[in-house]
Ligand binder design. Structure first.
Ligand code: HEC
Ligand code: HEC
Length: 231
């Protein structure tokens, strides 16, 4: 290539790339209000963010990628946990399970909890291009037959991970908002239990029990096996 042609190529490539870059920047900025639902940014959402900072929640948690990596990301917590669950959890997050990482009870007032939930709801609705991604460590079905005891342990784990204990007691441990489950297996079968866990409103339309549609079929099976065994 002659040096003149090389120079032209350099100049045109620079001009085209700069133009594309500027166009993409403008496009991003124009789409931000829509993707972040700016029109729904109410005073309550803003006060929720202030509560979040007042208690330094992001020392331990990330939200939209910003914060500490000690505990779960909060970006999609509103849709993954639901409002009722969050209300109960934020009132007293301490788990009786000594193996779990603990979130300290910050003694939040009902008003602060309401504002935080409004903030989480708004953040949840932001179009983040599917971020954060699903954790790559999510357990997959092995296809191999699992021994009964392993299955029951897995079900117990699903119960703990989803913090069902916030509202339910088993053997005297847990909350009192929902019924005691210590002997639930004597009156409910696994089919009923699995319908309840996936969609409690289909059983009682006014229930406070949150739905757990995010649980895989495998997890529901393990969970209801564990509950069904509580006799
Ligand atoms: C000292 C660290 C720490 C601080 C500070 C903290 N958290 Fe947590 N948080 C945790 C841990 C650890 C968990 C996981 C607890 C568990 O799974 O039992 C958690 C769990 C949560 C969850 C449930 C997430 C889920 O899906 O399981 C929410 C919601 C939450 N925290 C909100 C908050 C808010 C709001 C604040 C500030 C008022 C806050 N956290 C401050 C450590 C912390
Ligand atoms: C925010 C509180 C809350 C959480 C969290 C919660 N539940 Fe419930 N649950 C309830 C309430 C309240 C009821 C009472 C049913 C109704 O309202 O009709 C209930 C009912 C039940 C029942 C039926 C008991 C019976 O015999 O009638 C089972 C089983 C159950 N929950 C299991 C679970 C499991 C498993 C989880 C976790 C995956 C869970 N719950 C999480 C509040 C909760």
């Amino acid at each position: 290539m002659e040096s003149k042609a090389a120079k032209n190529l350099f100049i045109w490539a620079t001009v085209i790339c700069t133009a594309v870059f500027i166009w993409l920047t403008i496009d991003t900025h124009l789409s931000i209000p829509k993707r972040t639902n700016t029109d729904q940014l109410t005073d309550e959402v803003v006060s929720g963010k202030r509560v979040w900072h007042k208690y330094n929640c992001n020392d331990c948690h990330t939200i939209l990628g910003i914060g500490g990596y000690y505990s779960p990301d909060m970006t999609k917590v509103y849709s993954s946990r639901g409002e009722n669950w969050l209300k109960v959890f934020l009132k007293n997050p301490e788990s009786p399970d000594p193996q779990r990482r603990k979130m300290p009870n910050q003694k939040l007032s009902d008003d602060e909890i309401k504002k935080l939930i409004a903030f989480f709801k708004w953040v949840d609705a932001i179009d983040t291009n599917e971020w954060p991604p699903e954790p790559i460590t999510v357990a997959k079905a092995t296809g191999a037959p699992i021994k009964d005891t392993a299955q029951i342990l897995k079900g117990k784990n699903v119960y703990n991970q989803n913090r069902c204990d916030l509202c339910h007691r088993i053997g005297g441990q847990g909350g009192v908002i929902g019924p005691d489950l210590s002997h639930v297996g004597t009156k409910r079968d696994t089919q009923w239990l699995s319908q309840l866990v996936k969609n409690p409103k289909s059983i009682n339309p006014t229930t406070q029990m949150p739905a757990y549609p995010q649980l895989s079929e495998d997890e529901v099976q393990a969970l209801t096996g564990f509950l069904g065994g509580l006799k």
